[in-house]
Ligand binder design. Structure first.
Ligand code: ADP
Ligand code: MG
Length: 347
């Protein structure tokens, strides 16, 4: 498959009063035409900063101090502001978590959806509004013609997220980045938005980078999954490899902490004991070691390289070293994987 995006050895630091936060510490991945890559990991692991680096939507104190981001072979980090403006929202666009703050409360939704076209393509206002109506229909807003002149507050939360998606896809982007697009929504609406993204992908052929802290959500949408921890990818593979044959203890923890049909919403994030390391002063060895019940001496001393599990599956854990003791995922997880997969299929 054609690689349209290749991120290589990305490092991002933030200058703060307390020192330098090493938020992204050597991230590598690629994206092929038409595929969906999910990036999962606990809050603070660096998911948003990774994708915001692609579009250079970072806070002022950020410094992308190493790496390349190749889009069709050209390094986005070397583009001028003007060149990036032409790519952002047009070739590569992004939807954010909170639909209310992504929309302008004082502007009609018709105008907001049409705006990217007016900025980028210099089409007439009439054409842009026509296309906005068409895209609002595509994302499932009922009676779009009549609703073009309504304001965001006149729509439900789920509909507002559909409108945000309409803005992101109005110019048929090649890459759609969805940063926790369903986190603020209830479970039913969440499922509808996932369905919508899948449907849009088929209709407009866009590639998707889907970010979530909730591994359960990705089963229904992703082709490949990358698991992120403390500013690095720790495991990546096909969705089946990650769900049925996970290798990294952090991935086991994430899978084990997923809500299932019979657990409540709240109790799923706290179940990996301990907290992520302070990235002002990242540990010398494996950043997950202090929380890893299978950690060995080497975990405290040296960062693990990626070990190959299959042609498409890699994990950075010393447990995969040929000399490491053989450990198996905690009991009971295997049964739960099947359940998540089913849950994902429903979503
Ligand atoms: P995620 O999206 O996975 O929840 P982020 O990518 O938003 O995590 O953040 C990754 C890390 O970068 C966090 O540790 C966060 O504290 C740090 N970070 C993000 N933005 C800034 C900033 N403007 N200044 C300092 N640190 C930041
Ligand atoms: Mg985030």
């Amino acid at each position: 498959m054609d690689k349209i995006l290749e991120v290589k050895d990305l490092h991002v630091n933030f200058a703060t009063y307390n020192g330098t936060v090493q938020a992204i510490r050597g991230v590598n991945f690629d994206l092929s035409a038409g595929e969906t890559l999910a990036i999962v990991g606990e809050s603070g692991s660096g998911k948003s900063i990774t994708v915001r680096s692609i579009l250079q939507l970072l806070a002022k104190n950020a410094d992308i101090n190493k790496g390349t981001i190749l889009y069709h072979g050209e390094d986005l980090l070397k583009k001028s502001k003007k060149e990036m403006d032409a790519i952002r929202g047009n070739k590569i666009s992004m939807i954010f978590q909170d639909p209310m703050t992504s929309l302008d409360p004082t502007m009609t939704i018709g105008k907001q959806v049409a705006e990217p076209l007016l900025i980028h393509n210099k089409v007439s206002k009439k054409e842009a509004l026509g296309r906005a109506e068409e895209v609002l229909r595509l994302v499932g807003i009922p009676n779009p013609k009549e609703r073009m002149n309504d304001y965001p507050h006149q729509f439900s939360g789920g509909q507002r997220q559909r409108i945000v998606i309409a803005i992101a896809i109005v110019d048929y982007p090649e890459i759609l980045i969805a940063d926790e697009p369903t986190t603020a929504l209830d479970v039913t609406v969440q499922a509808q938005i996932i369905d919508l993204l899948k449907e849009l992908q088929q209709k407009i052929g866009t590639s998707i980078i889907f970010i979530t802290h909730d591994l359960g959500v990705v089963a229904g949408i992703a082709d490949r999954v990358a698991v992120m921890y403390a500013g690095k990818f720790v495991e990546y593979g096909s969705v089946d490899e990650i769900f049925y044959d996970p290798q990294h203890p952090y991935t086991w923890g994430l899978l084990d902490s997923m809500p299932t049909l019979d657990t409540s919403e709240e109790d799923h994030l706290n179940s990996i004991p301990g907290t992520p390391p302070n990235l002002l002063n990242p540990p010398k060895g494996d950043a997950f070691a202090p929380r890893n019940e299978y950690a060995m001496q080497i975990d405290l001393e040296e960062q693990p390289p990626f070990f190959k599990v299959s042609k498409t599956h890699y994990a950075a854990t010393w447990l995969l070293h040929p000399d490491a003791p053989k450990v198996t995922p905690p009991k009971g997880i295997q049964k739960r994987f099947t359940k998540f997969k089913k849950l994902g299929d429903n979503i």
